[in-house]
Unconditional design. Structure first.
Length: 80
């Protein structure tokens, strides 16, 4: 059972997902890739209050992202 793809900003704290693709401009995509967000990588949403920055754990590193950046990352929730 797989869920529909959503933007990373829709994940709640404690949820896990897999990065599918990016929807932003090349500069944003390059920045995200340099931070470790590449298609197929697993992420853990550490903090998402619904406003302000998100804190995401990717490849063992905690990264703070603005909501606009997170909205450009398409992910799929992991079952569990």
């Amino acid at each position: 059972m797989s869920s529909r793809p959503i933007s990373m900003s829709e994940l709640g704290a404690g949820e896990q997902a897999t990065v599918l693709s990016f929807g932003g401009a090349r500069a944003v995509n390059n920045r995200l890739a340099s931070l470790g967000f590449t298609p197929g990588v697993g992420i853990d949403m550490t903090q998402n209050f619904g406003f302000g920055p998100l804190i995401v754990t990717v490849r063992g590193t905690r990264v703070a992202l603005g909501r606009g950046e997170a909205a450009q990352i398409l992910v799929q929730r992991q079952a569990g």
